[in-house]
Design a binder for this molecule. Structure first.
Ligand code: ATP
Length: 290
């Protein structure tokens, strides 16, 4: 299975949201990382064939996805940033409705899948409650469950952990890891920890351009020799922050312990340390991805 995005550009009137984006997705988990407005949702909508690119194309096993229609829709599970739901439906009925949209016609099969997925996202005991009474996190979990209906072999999640508490975030990551065999999974997020440890590949998207696409380990590897630690006074910190990107500041009482991102040693006392994906994010995007 090979999903290929070929030189895709998307312009919205005077805004270029995506510029000449190319990537090949084969089975594995791909993390698409970028700050708000980077173009992640635009790319995803183009991949799932909800939006037409201004230029370029998307193919699945060399066939253009726009020509595959229902066949392609059946193979895709998609969690948009916001899933439309009927407030008066129970969680289970909402899922049965999604199952019908997905083309799962056999009622018994639909019920089986719905109950399994509700269990998977920890909503079994709330399955009979109205969706209108669900918390944001519960609705998000229902959204995740609907994406998994029909066991699609391509799963695309836009900001999947929005509204989830830490325990549910871990649960989501475990679900994804278990499902990953022989599937293409794409997770778009600005939250580094969403893709850390779970993604095999990391794509960095900045202002509509793909700036890096590497195996997860290689992404972090490229930061070797660029991450420094140093203990400073507040005054020294105020000087360093003007010239360097700082990925973390720990308050030690009288002093501050800094993580500095720099190609050269920022000050004589600075020592090199092992980089993380957080460091990479701040190196490229200059902001904290929490
Ligand atoms: N329908 C639209 N019309 C005009 N501009 C748009 C439209 N949709 C998105 N944009 C712009 O395109 C750029 C990319 O937006 P997009 O939603 O793809 O980014 P994103 O990385 O998903 O960000 P976020 O996480 O905030 O959704 C942004 O500058 C956005 O304002």
């Amino acid at each position: 299975m090979k999903l290929e995005v070929q030189q895709v550009t998307k312009r919205y009137s005077n805004k270029t949201a995506l510029q000449d984006f190319s990537a090949v997705f084969e089975s594995g988990i791909y993390g698409l990382l970028g700050p708000n407005g980077a173009g992640k949702s635009t790319l995803i909508k183009i991949i799932v064939n909800l939006l037409r690119p201004t230029a370029g194309r998307v193919t699945l096993d060399d066939k253009e996805v726009s020509s595959l229609k229902a066949e392609y829709r059946r193979r895709i599970g998609y969690l948009p940033q916001s899933v439309g739901m009927y407030k008066n439906f129970s969680g289970r009925d909402m899922m049965l409705f999604f199952a019908a949209l997905k083309g799962i016609e056999d009622r018994k099969e639909a019920l089986k899948q719905v109950d399994e997925l509700l269990e998977m996202v920890n909503l079994t005991k709330d399955a009979g409650r109205k969706v209108g009474q669900y918390s944001g996190g519960m609705r998000q979990r229902l959204g995740i469950a609907q994406a998994l209906l029909g066991s699609p072999d391509i799963l695309i999640f836009d900001e999947p952990t929005a509204g989830l508490d830490p325990k549910e975030r871990i649960r989501f990551k475990n679900i994804i890891s278990e499902l990953a065999i022989d599937k293409i999974i794409l997770l778009a997020t600005h939250i580094v920890s969403d893709v850390e440890q779970v993604a095999n590949h990391i794509l960095l998207l900045k202002e509509g351009k793909l700036i890096s696409n590497l195996a997860a380990g290689q992404q972090v590897e490229q930061m070797h020799g660029k991450v420094w630690t140093v203990e400073t006074t507040k005054e020294q910190y105020e000087k360093l922050v003007l010239s360097y990107k700082i990925s973390n500041v720990a308050n030690l009482g009288d002093t501050l312990k800094l993580r500095i991102l720099s190609d050269e040693q920022p000050c004589p006392e600075a020592a090199l340390i092992t980089p993380t994906l957080d460091d990479l994010y701040i190196y490229y995007f200059g902001e904290v991805g929490i």
